[in-house]
Design a protein around this ligand. Structure first.
Ligand SMILES: [Zn+2]
Length: 426
């Protein structure tokens, strides 16, 4: 019996060593240098509503907004627009006005930008957790006075609303009066009020000059501590960046409820320790803790800020310079690895998904008028059910273009029927 079984298997074994038979509709190999052209690809089975209202994403995952160190442009850089209001009395209690004040404010913004661009090592991290210092993808932009080329630095001489005390019996840190009276274009610029202590405090012998303090009040920031004393502009960068951190959705890093598990809970004692007792592993240098070195940000903190700045229903995105509206065809984003965009993105250029790479889009994606998503032969584009692709600045984004070779090999495109396309070019 065994002998016959062997005879039966023999032809099969022989056949197994031969190359596979070639069938008529075989898929040809994509040659490395095979030329291809892009063809418009207009999916039929996708949502194209006449009107659409964006829904706020509850508790977005910061990980969906982590900067990618292999190509930082996968997470577009954001420029926060700021204006400044310098408060003083009618008899200039503070010698801080005119050209001197304007120059100082510009320098504060310069140093704050320098601080936010750096990526210092993170001094305190949870046990056994790697917490890399990632690029922040954030810059601060001093706005212009509407209709002029002048920087938006306003001076107000107001004998009632000029002062701000952060602590003590007379504190008025939570007062919004000065904001209500003087804020300019609150819906598109983050207003910063630079204020000093009241006259009786300045004149009082018992008045102790405090450090710099600030507060974010939901739509504007008040800062105190510079008018009453000569402080170099770089000393103001931390309080400005810290309050901006609050404005962009960050809590205090030492607390348990800041929404980030890569910022350990700690006593926040850096200021009360001798300088020899401060340092990596001992005290925090997190921007959102109190210390002489407020400068580091964890991936979760960076992700949280970008989630806020990408929320089309929120206030923070409206404070950004909308440079994504100006189409720049010269610097496209080239996807050269597998990416899964579960977070929202605003690009000012085209996207090219290169051969061998897969791009999945599953959140809001803005492209300006003229910009398209290109899918090369050998590349894959997956569009998930939560995707909403649109142009937020009027006009139409240019749709999807599929690269196809002469032999008929094209990029692979899979679109969930629940995905939404708005103002796509037809
Ligand atoms: Zn704070």
């Amino acid at each position: 019996m065994e002998k016959y079984l062997f005879l039966f298997l023999l032809p099969l074994l022989a056949f197994g060593c031969k190359p596979k038979p070639v069938v008529a509709d075989f898929i040809p190999e994509l040659r490395e240098d095979e030329p291809f052209t892009y063809q418009d690809y207009r999916p039929e089975d996708v949502q194209r509503p006449e009107t659409y209202e964006f829904i706020k994403e509850r508790n977005p995952n910061p990980e969906h907004y982590f900067p990618d160190t292999t190509n930082e442009r996968y997470l577009p850089i954001r420029y926060l627009q700021l204006n400044f209001h310098i408060m003083n009395t009618s008899d200039t209690l503070f010698p801080f006005y005119g050209e001197k004040a304007r120059k100082y404010v510009k320098e504060v913004v310069f140093y704050a930008n320098e601080l936010i661009r750096k990526t210092p090592e993170i001094w305190l991290r949870p046990d056994s957790m790697e917490v890399p210092a990632l690029p922040r993808r954030l810059g601060f932009n001093l706005a212009k006075i509407p209709g002029t080329d002048e920087h938006a630095i306003y001076e107000h001489y107001d004998d009632e609303l000029y002062w701000y005390l952060h602590n003590g019996r007379k504190r008025n840190r939570a007062s919004r009066e000065v904001i209500n009276k003087y804020a300019v274009r609150k819906d598109s610029i983050l207003n910063i009020f630079v204020m000093g202590p009241p006259r009786d405090s300045v004149l009082s012998k018992s008045f102790r000059l405090s450090g710099v303090d600030g507060i974010y009040l939901g739509d504007a920031i008040k800062i105190t501590g510079l008018l009453s004393r000569d402080r170099p502009p770089w000393e103001m960068r931390n309080v400005l960046a810290h309050e901006i951190g609050h404005a962009l959705g960050l809590g205090h890093a030492w607390t348990r409820n800041d929404g980030c598990d890569d910022t350990p809970v700690h006593a926040n004692r850096a200021w009360s320790l001798a300088s020899g007792q401060r340092g990596p592993g001992k005290t925090s240098n997190n921007l959102m803790d109190y210390s002489p070195r407020e400068e580091s940000l964890t991936p979760c903190q960076i992700g949280r800020m970008h989630a806020r700045m990408s929320d089309i229903t929120g206030r923070q995105r409206k404070w950004l310079l909308p440079y994504w509206c100006r189409y720049n065809p010269n610097e496209p984003v080239r996807v050269t690895k597998d990416l899964n965009w579960e977070g929202a993105r605003d690009f000012n250029t085209d996207i090219y998904v290169r051969r061998g790479s897969t791009l999945r889009i599953n959140n809001r994606l803005h492209l300006p008028e003229g910009a398209a998503i290109h899918v090369d032969p050998g590349a894959r584009l997956l569009i998930g059910p939560a995707a909403v692709i649109h142009s937020d600045c009027g006009g139409q984004w240019a749709g999807i273009r599929r690269g196809v070779t002469e032999s008929g090999i094209g990029g692979e495109i899979v679109i969930d029927p629940a995905a939404t396309f708005l103002n796509e070019k037809i």
